[in-house]
Design a protein around this ligand. Sequence first.
Ligand SMILES: *Cc1c(COP(=O)(O)O)cnc(C)c1O
Length: 397
Amino acid sequence: MTDFSATRALFDLPPDLIYLDGNSLGPLPKAAPARMEQAMREEWGAMLIGGWNKAGWMEQPRALGDRIGRLIGAEPGHTVVGDTLSIKVFQALAACVEMRPDRRVILSDTGNFPSDLYMAEGLIRMLGGRHELRLVDPEAVEDAITEELAAILITEVDYRTGRRHDMPRLTAKAHAVGALTIWDLAHSAGALPVEVGRGGADFACGCTYKYLNAGPGAPAFIYVAPRHAGRAVPALSGWLGHRAPFAFEPSYRAGDGIDRMRVGTPPVLALAALDAALDVWDTVDMATLRQESLRLTDRFIAGVEAACPELEVVTPREHDRRGSQVSFRHPEGYAAMQALIARGVVGDFRAPDIMRFGVTPLFIDEADIDRAITIIGAVMNERLYDAPLYRTRSAVT
Ligand SMILES: *Cc1c(COP(=O)(O)O)cnc(C)c1O
């Protein structure tokens, strides 16, 4: 069981704000500033270079990886933190392509986050352009899994619509044709229970600044299935992925297991914030979190539909087919979202016309949902978005 009023008290949120954007940037855990201050003053300030040994900085990427591992159903010792998600996608993909040298096709879908696709394009270019990134509609992924594939690169929950892929099913199909699977958990980790181990994922990666609340630019994580851990060859062969980093050998030897997915120096200060953010998760049962997320999202969908019929729900209604966000389509979506933000309901906008609301039970409750519905109803029905002020686009939408 999880006490969600207790978890809510662990976040520093402005009063009266309904923050439905924890799927994009989680809020500040109250314990994070003191934990960072401690890392700065007591570790960096007082220990200087000694912090690497005395404060355990070097081991943190593995230790924090395991704490995330619990949330995604990973076997202990097979998840590591570092770099950014785009880089982790590249690493996983490069390893897969090398593990399937006779295959030339990488499959993804048109709903995937662009950076994942761009990283695949860059890798293919580097490999001489002999591979193909094949993109199909999300609904067509299953039928497109064929023996040509080296790997499928799939984001479990669509960042725009909130639609969720059936991970065990697609993984089983990929394995049946000899393809590997890379699951991007950007909108899954901390959003719903994930079982990378039992589900058979070969590689998985995700970020920690969304549902895990570790702060802007917080590092990513990568999981490699135990059966591949000693065989996956890192394309980004940095010194901290070396078997003996402090032997300073002139040539690369891959480290043990998941250690080889490390690249360079860990972001120690950012890891302090992640550490504090993960303390919140230690009290959370993922099954209870999912129940609450579904209860709140059901309520939100029903309420918004009743209040403003002109908003079209694009998130699937079936529980199994969605993550923890709700998206609506509206031609004035951008201006409408700015008008909502001005009234204390913070979601975001994704081109061309998607209004996105993340529902995060750690700090959003039924009263927030009901208040949000009332404000959304007023903004849409009274066309309160119809003002020049709401039409100016910022760089980040
Ligand atoms: C948020 C997100 C990213 C972002 O990658 P960064 O390297 O952390 O900027 C990548 N992929 C998906 C699917 C995402 O949702």
